[in-house]
Write a protein that binds this ligand. Sequence first.
Ligand code: SF4
Length: 457
Amino acid sequence: MTLTEKILARAAGKDRVQAGDNIWVKADVLMTHDVCGPGTIGVFKREFGKTAKVWDKKRIVIIPDHYIFTSDSKSNRNVDILRDFVKEQGLPYFYDVIDDPDGTWKFDASKGLLNRQYGSRYAGVCHTALPQKGHTRPGEILFGTDSHTCMAGAFNEFATGIGNTDAGFVMGTGKLLIKVPETMHFRLEGKMQPGVMAKDIILHCIGEIGFDGATYRALQFDGEGVKSMSIDDRMTVANMAIEAGGKNGIFEFDARTQEYVDARCQLNGTKATYEPVTRDKDEKFVYEHVVDLSKLEPTVACHPDPGQRKKAKDMGDVKLDRAYVGSCTGGKTSDFIEFAKILRGKKVVIDTFGVPATPEIVHELQTARWDDKTVWQILVDAGVRMTENAGCSACLGGPVDTFGRINQAGLKCISATNRNFPGRMGDKESQVFLASPATVAASALTGFITDPREYLS
Ligand code: SF4
């Protein structure tokens, strides 16, 4: 069996499963957020009754992150609906925007979009926050009401996005009927060269198969090349499995996974036991592709979908209006470090926005120093508009007052985010080019799509 099949078989209480089997699996964790949480709660109450209790309080994680820093009252109200439900059910894992459990959330526009407006429990973008808060464990099943839930496959678990109806059912029963996906195999060899990042790996893979090339399939990433990839790198790759239509993305378990997961579970007091899955000799794949990481070059996914692959060095004639670094995929500490390495001591020439994924990342960037300056200050001095309000922000457009949202037709934006279908970051007539934070940085310095290797010293 493949890694995905082994996890699903175990969760179904079976010795073996194969692609195409329909099986009931037990969920280990259900995650929801401010956009889908209220709908999921509505389904749960409708189907199980107004006074029903969730199947397991400790296995539900609620992380508001999407439409938070906006004056849109309906969006603010969604966070209050989550808080009411958490109180009613006594759920321990709710990463609220505010500290007062009896309060209401209201964004204060008069304070501006850059300065922190959240309390001590707020965790930021759900997929980045889940591992930071100790909710991702090897061998487990994670369901989340968000398509990029597949990011947790970096930790050797089966993680996938589900709709509100399925999530309402999981909330009541802890189970879900799913079809076992076929597995596509991506064997990674070699080591990435300077200027190349994990984003380039996944943009390369999606470019090979197209934005629907993995529809309802598992993407398994393994091989020698994985050893040199950090946990952040693996998260970036697994996150974008869905951009090829994948059901999930999954990595092998190794010492690096163990070190990260153990530290995070201990830090947060979450469940610390888990059982990883390892590779079998009889794995059956429907597709095989070998990626030599040493040969990859900075890559861009062009408008209008993540499968439109080109090399950054061939796109120097594309004039840009703005640059954006942020999101679950591209807003991690390591992403901002690579971004800052290129921008240090220079000035951007187009509007450039930086949105860390989580408050922990904000803290790291504001405390990590290179000589006399923090990474945060280096970016601000380079002309980047850095916000402390960690969250999804303009990655998916959002209400019109969202930080970094593209509100004008025709603008071209290079972005470290993960999705570029028309209208994704705002105006339907805008264009988004997906790239690594290093490529975004180099492009922000020239105003044209630029290969970051031009700036390597
Ligand atoms: S940052 Fe973007 S991709 Fe990630 S969860 Fe938020 S909206 Fe989705």
